[in-house]
Design a protein around this ligand. Structure first.
Ligand code: SF4
Length: 869
């Protein structure tokens, strides 16, 4: 067994195991755990950079009240008294918790118990609502419970893997690596269904660029084809399902437009029909939709019809965005769930949990889901709000309205790592919470594997664990015995014992086999897939044809295709697709702390098809202004035919801290799925026009600074910060403009011309700041300039490396810091080289492999150009 403390990566639902070794005061050396069944030693670029994100520079180390340091006693008493007085005056539904898939299961358990069991409201919801709520409802409708049937091994044993609305290559990179390896070894066919060409298409045999939102029509067509082709598993359907005939009739009648040709449809349908071992992986592209739940059921219908579920290499497979979205589902962290996959509305479930907790009563109706919760905050129906480990002012749709709602709420407490997130800045009270590397407990990944997260670093300053903070407040609100926890193992045991109730009700989530676990075994708990009970251990669900519905049969759901809620109009003619990029995580609160991960994309961008760009008069590197009925964003233009025509793409990560004008949540409409409450983050309607910049800028600085300009975006470098800037005010004297942007910049060296100006300042012989201004997008070797910070840098104003040095260009491989220009040079030097050879020559893609698809694309593009010449 390898050395190091075993823990889990916190960045996505793959839940890779890591081995941690202390490396200095706050640093950690991080390696993939070769024995963890999620990754067998692999890590992606984000996981590999984990050790670079544990610095304390932006951490809040003491409780704060009104922005001033306070002691824990005062802060906790204030929180307890504000919640108690709101409840006394306005009832339990006047308070709410908004929590996070970053919380560990133990944190989630205590928060949910406090809200649903003792405060007496179901107003606890999680940011996982934005990630997989549609899947939860789709699973419950079809299976009777929120059960993921299969395991990661199924992706390696399938003969066909269909990725629907899932850019696995960037969002679940280690699963993508596993799939790629299996494909190489055994020829797995891969189909990508996505309006946009993504990095996942690199290994696809077929890419179906379907029309945004038309997944239901596509899968209804597949169900019809499966029936016509005689591929329905009749005995499975007859014995183990209900509703097939009505669903089939509905599917046949659904003639929704997919935007695909008849030949494309037939090719996909034939491949699916003729391949027994099929896994359909789906993610946010399916879930984040006003018909997300129906999309999930349309996919499940096809697997039920063919009996391809719960068997090796077969099944519908939802992959979650967050490391512990599944733990949140298991503990009841969603407003419409109880705990242990039990139902609030079921009187027997409700009474059993009430008795187990010794609670006075548990609400029997769902609480406010995320979007409705913040609407209620805005309408002053919520008087006290507690936000934990999440940044809704950036991540929720209509983010401007969310910020206003929080600003105007009577009392807001935020428990988080930093007091400088866009959300924490608006709170009345900020409570310092422990972060990854300090937290101690468990998480569950997308294939039901429970893993330990270990606290290898001491809590900094006065930070406390989230479960501790909730328990402290619970005790101060008067429920001393119910929240008398001293250690996470006590909470885990209680959670496991409670799940035994679910087992007795014949439900899926039963880990009662761990309800007596002692502290040593808990500390050493290896990755364990649930269920874990006297009768069941891990494995797949539903292979035996038994489901969790009252009849024991799976339910087909008749679903029909619908257009996204927001309608295009002459004023808002584009549909904006949003999503994640390879090297950033959520609202960048951790990944932006490392220069390595900030070099892949240093600013927010708009991927737009050349036809749209041409119609709008947009050139590469221009800035575009994207507006919707809800707000505006300014984004750098990337012209690429990877974007669908009429449906540009923008990343979701940038915040007020890093690029205030790039917050895409500002323009997303808060339209939700009627069953799951999940917002439609991939189909908002927008208008786009060129941002009429009168000047552009690029700066590097040893210290962060917030320039006074319409547009700025900052990212860390190895020695400081790099900042992109732009403005649209009437052109002024370059020196005036420079001084407004960076006070003191004109006291150093300068090169001023009519269309460009360059400034640099040194302190004690080392470069502290350089600023490049231009009437056009600035042309300098950005990485070269950033490397000059803290050096003598006599030639920095030239903006390019001298002699034979190559400007590496935009970073493609974060692990080995290999830039685009380095790869292009290697390709030019060896034009017949294979992908593997280019990777070996440059070192790109030789560590985590997440960038191989980008290297492959550069290679393919260069070879295509050569062939065409
Ligand atoms: Fe972390 Fe990457 Fe593994 Fe996801 S795939 S858990 S981000 S190492």
């Amino acid at each position: 067994m390898s050395e190091g403390i075993r823990s889990t990566c916190p960045y996505c639902g793959v839940g890779c195991g890591v081995l941690l070794k202390r490396d200095g005061a706050t640093g950690l050396k991080v390696e993939g755990d070769p024995d963890h069944p999620a990754n067998y030693g692999r890590l992606c670029s984000k996981g590999l950079a984990l050790g670079e994100t544990t610095s304390l520079d932006d951490r809040v180390l003491t409780p704060q009240i009104g922005g001033q340091d306070a002691d824990w006693d005062t802060a906790l008493n204030l929180v307890a008294s504000k919640f108690k007085s709101a409840i006394a005056e306005h009832g339990p539904d006047s308070v709410a918790f908004y929590v996070s898939g970053q919380l560990l299961t133990e944190d989630y358990y205590v928060a949910n118990k406090l809200m649903k069991g003792f405060i007496g409201s179901a107003n606890i919801d999680t940011n996982s609502r934005l990630c997989m709520a549609s899947t939860v409802v789709g699973h419950k409708r079809a299976f009777g419970t929120d059960t993921v049937p299969g395991t990661y091994e199924d992706l390696e044993t399938a003969d066909l893997v269909v990725l629907v609305g899932s850019n696995l290559a960037w969002c679940h990179p280690v699963l993508f690596q596993r799939l790629s390896a299996a494909r190489k070894e055994r020829g797995t066919k891969v189909v990508v269904i996505d309006p946009r060409r993504t990095a996942s298409c690199d290994i696809a045999d077929m890419h179906l660029k379907l029309k945004i939102g038309s997944d239901v029509a596509l899968f209804n067509g597949l169900l019809t084809h499966l029936n016509d082709a005689g591929k329905v598993h009749q005995s499975f359907v007859d014995q183990h399902t209900e509703g097939f005939e009505a669903t089939l009739m509905s599917a046949v009648a659904d003639q929704g437009e997919t935007g695909l040709t008849a030949a494309e449809l037939q090719a996909f349908y034939k491949l699916f029909a003729e391949t027994e071992k099929v896994v359909t992986v789906f993610s946010q592209g399916v879930n984040q939709s006003t018909s997300g739940t129906d999309k999930v059921n349309a996919i499940i219908n096809c697997h039920l019809a063919t009996g391809r579920i719960g068997r090796k290499g077969m099944g519908p497979f939802s992959v979650t965005g967050q490391p512990n979205a599944m733990g949140g589902r298991e503990t009841g962290g969603l407003a419409n769930m109880l705990a242990a996959h039990l139902d609030l509305e079921n009187p027997a479930h409700n009474a059993a949990v009430k008795d187990f907790w010794g609670a006075d009563g548990i609400p029997d109706t769902p609480g406010l889901k995320a979007i409705d919760m913040f609407k209620a905050v805005g309408e002053a129906r919520i008087k006290a709000l507690w936000i934990a480990c999440t940044n809704p002012v950036v991540s929720l749709p209509q983010a401007g309205d969310v910020a206003d709602a929080i600003k105007n709420c009577d009392f807001v407490v935020v428990s988080d790592l930093s007091a400088t997130t866009d959300t924490a800045k608006l709170a009345d009270v900020v409570l310092p919470a422990t972060g990854w590397g300090e937290k101690d407990g468990t998480v569950t990944n997308s294939d039901r594997t429970i893993s330990r997260q270990q606290g290898v670093l001491p809590p900094p300053g006065q930070a406390k664990h989230d479960w501790e903070i909730y328990a402290e407040v619970g005790r101060r609100m008067g429920w001393t015995a119910a929240f008398d926890y001293q250690k996470p193992v006590e909470i885990f045991r209680e959670h496991a014992a409670l799940s035994g109730i679910a087992g007795r009700f014949g439900r899926d989530f039963d880990i009662s086999g761990l309800s007596d676990i002692d502290e040593a075994d808990y500390d050493g708990l290896g990755p364990t897939r649930w269920p874990i009970s006297a009768t069941r251990q891990g494995g797949r669900f539903f292979g035996d044809g038994r489901f969790f519905t009252p009849s024991g049969k799976a339910r087909f759901l008749a679903v029909t295709s619908k257009e996204p809620s927001a309608k295009r109009s002459p004023k808002y003619p584009y549909r904006l697709n949003t999503g994640r990029i390879r090297d950033q995580w959520h609202t960048m609160t951790r990944t932006a702390k490392t220069a390595r991960l900030s070099r892949h994309f240093g600013e927010p961008f708009l991927q737009i098809h050349p036809k749209d760009a041409s119609a709008l008069g947009l050139q590469p590197a221009d800035l575009a202004e994207v507006t919707s009925p809800h707000g505006r964003a300014i984004l750098r233009v990337l012209v690429t035919d990877h974007a669908a025509i009429g449906a540009p793409f923008a990343p979701m990560h940038w915040t007020g801290e890093y690029a205030p004008a790039g917050r895409i949540g500002n323009v997303i409409a808060a339209e939700t799925d009627p069953f799951s409450g999940q917002p439609e983050s991939k189909a908002s309607v927008v208008a786009i026009k060129k941002y009429e910049a009168t000047w552009y800028g690029f700066a590097v600085s040893l210290k962060p600074f917030e320039p006074k300009s319409d547009y700025w975006a900052q990212a860390r470098t190895d020695h400081g910060w790099r900042v992109e800037l732009s403005g649209s005010e009437a052109t002024r004297d370059w020196r005036d403009l420079a001084t407004t942007l960076v006070p003191g910049i004109a006291n150093g060296s300068e090169m001023i011309g009519p269309r460009t100006a360059r400034f640099a300042v040194w302190d004690e012989g080392v470069l502290t700041t350089a600023l490049f201004l231009s009437k056009e997008p600035v042309l300098v070797a950005r990485d070269f300039v950033a490397e000059q910070l803290g050096q003598a840098a006599p030639d920095v104003l030239v903006g390019q490396p001298g002699g034979n040095r190559i400007d590496p260009g935009q970073i493609v491989c974060s692990c080995m810091s290999v830039g685009r220009n380095t790869i292009l040079t290697a390709i030019a030097d060896a034009p017949a080289a294979s992908l593997d050879e280019i990777c070996t020559i440059t070192s790109a893609g030789t560590t985590c492999g997440s960038c191989r698809s980008e290297v492959s694309e550069l290679l393919a593009h260069a070879q295509f150009k050569t062939a065409a010449e």
